[in-house]
Design a protein around this ligand. Structure first.
Ligand code: IPO
Ligand code: ZN
Length: 407
């Protein structure tokens, strides 16, 4: 359940606490979890608390804070550096949007339609598609995407990388009447998200989303020009989506539900791209019945293969993924871990009440040490894509089983 809102208070950088009076608006709003909030209290930034809520299930306190817009880059760097897994914050362009995100699923405007059956009923479709999936295709996409100087959300490189994905996906989908590739514009920066839509037939109004983020970041000072190959984080996720698209096209797969493959812009700076898209889908009352996030799929840092993140995700869909992996990928070992508030784009969807899952490459403690630096290269992921191939096969099975469902 949710707690009551805190009275407004101001935490000053130098440790002086000025309680009770609201600071003048500082221009940007973040929602953060406990870990990020604790870091911000220690760090060097002026923070105004506007509200707090208990996260669904009471896992932790979430805070709505205002910060100075000019402090955002250093706040992001501090949180990425201290918390490692993506900072644990969501950026909001207004306090109203921040309050909707903070309130989470309680404000769901779009009730989930009847949930998918979660029955594995499409082996005849899935098995031949999985056999077509190719490690070298995934590797080639990772290498190409990590060839951009960086894919930073506000750099020219970052905009060009997004355009490359759009062109590549459009070439794959060309000639398939039920497929279209579009780019999604975001306010305030040039990098666009890319959406490949495979329109369904008799259940076309129900939508399945598979996502990854196309941007990258290096925590060095000059981010727009700093090398940030982002091979694992998250070229590996985009490469998985690209391979899923390739094999679904090759199989001329015709889903009943609509499938959307989404390469999100600006994940590293507060889940901005995915929030814009999730908010638009909710505004348009799109009946999204399942969301899968693929963020870091190719660095095998732990003993097991796929770790299902258990917080800010949907338990029923996670159980379905376990069943699907056991059936289609019997040699893949499954683990579980938590990654905290706003650790990747699935959180933008779960904050609006949608059912999400986030299969991850390792445990949090053993995740890729090279991320968010010039060292996140294909070579430092072992110069292989066999690990990502497991995620690609899982994603393709997820897309077809939910895309067709049971008769
Ligand atoms: C990340 C995600 C989950 C876990 I567990 C550990 C690390 C990385 C993610 N937060 C990120 O930086 N995405 O860009
Ligand atoms: Zn990252």
């Amino acid at each position: 359940m949710y707690g009551t809102s805190l009275a407004t208070a101001v935490i000053m950088v130098s440790g002086m606490a000025v309680s009770g009076t609201a600071a003048a608006s500082q221009g940007s709003w973040l929602t953060v979890g406990e870990a990020a909030f604790a870091q911000l209290k220690l760090g060097g930034h002026k923070v105004t608390i506007r509200a707090n809520q208990l996260a669904a299930g009471g896992a932790e306190n979430l805070y709505l804070i205002e910060v100075r817009t000019r402090d955002l880059p250093s706040i992001a760097a501090t949180l990425h550096r201290k918390l490692k897994h993506c900072g644990g914050f969501m950026f909001h362009a207004s306090e109203a949007q921040a309050r909707v995100a903070l309130a989470g699923g309680a404000l769901r405007a779009v009730p989930l339609s009847t949930r998918p059956s979660y029955v594995l009923a499409n082996q005849a479709l899935v098995t031949p598609i999985l056999a077509q999936m190719d490690e070298q295709q995934i590797a080639a996409t990772i290498i190409r995407l990590s060839g951009f100087v960086n894919r930073y959300y506000s750099s020219a490189h970052g905009a060009q990388a997004a355009d490359w994905i759009s062109t590549t996906w459009a070439a794959l989908a060309a000639g398939h009447g039920n497929m279209a590739v579009t780019q999604f514009d975001h306010a305030g920066y040039a990098q666009r998200s890319v959406i490949a839509t495979i329109t369904g037939s008799d259940k076309a109004s129900e939508v399945i989303v598979l996502g990854a983020h196309l941007d990258s970041i290096s925590l060095s000072a000059e981010r727009a020009q700093a090398p940030a190959p982002g091979a694992d984080d998250d070229a590996s996720g985009v490469a998985v989506l690209t391979e899923v698209l390739r094999v679904l096209v090759q199989a001329d797969y015709r889903p009943r539900r609509t499938i959307k493959l989404i390469a999100y812009a600006a994940e590293e700076v507060g889940l901005r791209g995915s929030q814009d898209i999730a908010r638009e889908f909710k505004r348009n009352k799109v009946d999204v019945v399942g969301v899968l996030q693929l963020d870091m799929t190719n660095f095998k840092g732990s003993s097991k293969d796929i770790y299902l993140i258990s917080d800010y995700t949907d338990g029923e869909q996670n159980r379905f993924l376990e069943k699907l992996i056991a059936a289609y990928l019997p040699t893949v070992n499954i683990g579980s871990d938590r990654c905290g508030y706003a650790c990747s784009d699935h959180a933008a969807w779960s904050a609006l009440g949608y059912a999400t899952s986030m299969p991850f490459e390792s445990t949090l403690a053993q995740d890729n040490p090279s991320i968010h630096s010039k060292n996140d290269t294909y070579a430092n992921s072992g110069a292989q894509a066999a690990h990502a191939l497991k995620f690609a096969r899982m994603a393709a099975a997820y897309a077809v089983e939910l895309g067709t469902d049971s008769p």
